[in-house]
Design a protein. Structure first.
Length: 83
């Protein structure tokens, strides 16, 4: 079964949240993906910090595909604190 990849992490989030209106404030690489969706080496976990239109902030995690540079499984991070 093919995996769904997204060109921007916001594209894979719930459209009801209007993530395309979120401004990216920062991002960081957090090392290799622990459970990559494919056996290809080089998957990386990234975190993104966004500012929402109401001024609140959201932290999103996603895994970067080493072959395409696109994003797999973007979702709100369970830990919302930023380093």
């Amino acid at each position: 079964m093919p995996i769904q990849l997204w060109p921007d992490p916001r594209d894979g989030l719930d459209p009801a949240d209007s993530p395309w209106n979120w401004a990216e404030l920062d991002s960081y690489h957090d090392g290799p993906t622990r459970n990559p969706p494919t056996p290809a080496p080089g998957w990386e976990r990234w975190y993104f910090l966004y500012e929402l239109p109401d001024g609140s902030r959201a932290k999103v995690s996603a895994d970067r595909d080493p072959q395409t540079g696109e994003w797999f499984n973007p979702h709100p991070s369970s830990a919302q604190q930023w380093p």
